[in-house]
Design a protein around this ligand. Structure first.
Ligand SMILES: [Zn+2]
Ligand SMILES: [Zn+2]
Length: 311
């Protein structure tokens, strides 16, 4: 699939997601107006809350009247959003919908909106705000717009991961961004960083070392099992450039430190079973293990089932 198609799909999915948010929000407000006659819950914010609700309604109307988000109207969208958020900094939907609206035409302003929400201590459980900020910094903001974009994206993902540690794809995104930063630098432990897959492997290996060879912690209580991720990252890095000496050096390092106890084909890094003499993935000769020293039958227990030799 072309990259632009994937980006469009991602934007569509996010829009559907945001639309769901919007309708849930409006239904809730509708019920409040019908049942109570007043808008908003007074103790929460009093008059400012009421003002922001009205502003938000007007904004939704305004947004609906726009044929598309263009250069000419991003400034007004941005100003309206900030006015709403000045009155009600806790209005999560305004960050979500507003940030998404701005993301393509003015990604820096979109990042600004999502970062504003991320930094609001009342929304400290919301992991989507920093996650979207990072996504836009990575995909839409260029180095020319902001030379620190990757550093900022990494920080946003770190926050998102600490707010939702059980989500593996936030962790993967964090590793990807860290890898991008290594790639930008050009080297990692005196090894040239060759491509994205190589960079990702380096970041993952550093995370494993940082955790003392244990699972990744991401700063939260739920952990990520790094070993299978490292194996897959090695396989992908090697497949991306099988003869590149920098990648081979890195893979070798990871194999020795992390994957030594696993029986892997030296050519394609696929795992093979006890008794195998050749890799069933690439046909490469492999060193057999788990067989009787006398008759080479695969061992199932303490004694060889073929010749009775003790293991
Ligand atoms: Zn193989
Ligand atoms: Zn035997």
């Amino acid at each position: 699939m072309k990259k632009s198609v994937i980006t469009h799909l991602a934007v569509m999915l996010i829009a559907i997601f945001a639309g769901g948010f919007l309708s849930a929000f409006l239904i809730e407000r509708q019920a409040e107006i019908i049942n109570g006659g007043t808008v908003g819950k007074a103790p929460l914010g009093g008059f400012n809350k009421f003002t922001s609700d009205v502003q938000w309604m007007l904004f939704v109307n305004y947004a609906g009247s726009l044929r598309s988000v263009q250069k000419e109207n991003v400034k007004e969208i941005y100003q309206r959003l900030n006015a709403i958020l000045d009155n009600d900094p806790n209005l999560e939907i305004a960050y979500n919908v507003g940030g998404m609206m701005l993301s393509v035409r003015d990604p820096l302003k979109a990042v600004d909106i999502f970062t504003r929400g991320t930094n609001n201590p009342n929304l400290k459980d919301n992991w989507k705000l920093p996650f979207f900020a990072a996504h836009i910094l990575e995909r839409y903001v260029t180095d020319k717009d902001d030379k620190d974009r990757l550093k900022k994206a990494e920080e946003m993902l770190r926050i998102a991961a600490s707010r939702n540690p059980s989500m593996p794809y936030i962790f993967s995104a964090l590793m990807r961004i860290r890898g991008q930063r290594y790639k930008q630098k050009g080297t990692w432990n005196n090894i040239a960083v060759v491509n994205d897959r190589h960079a990702y492997l380096c970041a993952l290996f550093d995370e494993w070392r940082k955790n003392g060879g244990q699972e990744g912690s991401m700063g939260g209580e739920v952990t990520v099992d790094l070993k299978p991720m490292l194996l897959q990252a090695c396989q992908r890095a090697k497949a991306s450039a099988p003869d590149n000496k920098d990648i081979l050096k890195t893979v070798d390092k990871v194999m020795k430190k992390v994957l030594e106890d696993q029986h892997l084909c030296l050519r394609c890094l696929a795992a093979y079973s006890a008794g195998d003499k050749f890799c069933d993935q690439c046909g490469n000769k492999v060193e057999p293990y788990g067989v009787c020293v006398k008759c080479k039958t695969v061992l199932k227990g303490a004694y060889c089932a073929n010749c009775g030799h003790k293991k």
